[in-house]
Design a protein around this ligand. Structure first.
Ligand SMILES: [Zn+2]
Length: 114
């Protein structure tokens, strides 16, 4: 986000054009009971990976298809889960594209390297 736009128009007393005085964004979580939880956080804040569902108390996650704690109850996480948690979707997509390109390159070569 460009820094110049954060302050402009956000002073008390002036009419904001498009921005609220404190810009916020909605972050949505889903718990394993299918509850949809929407919270507002500061626009520049990093959304927490989980949020406690206010309706049932179970942890809710960002992935609607795979809410936390659905299939296993113990807090164990695989190495892959930790890796995924540390990466953003963009980074993951970039890594995937890179891996696929690499795979195609290798497939294109004669199998002499093995
Ligand atoms: Zn819930």
């Amino acid at each position: 986000m460009p820094h110049g736009n954060v302050i402009r128009g956000a002073r008390v007393g002036s009419a904001p054009e498009r921005y609220e005085p404190a810009p916020r964004r909605a972050v949505t979580y889903w718990c394993r009971n299918g509850h949809r939880v929407e919270i507002l956080i500061a626009e520049e804040a990093v959304a927490p990976p989980q949020w406690d569902c206010p309706r049932c108390g179970h942890p809710a996650g960002r992935d609607a298809q795979n809410p936390p704690g659905r299939s296993r109850t113990e807090p164990y996480k695989s190495h892959l889960a930790y890796v995924k948690e540390r990466r953003t979707d963009e980074e993951g997509a970039a890594l995937l594209a890179e891996a696929l390109a690499d795979l195609r390159r290798r497939r294109g070569r004669p199998a002499a390297e093995r």
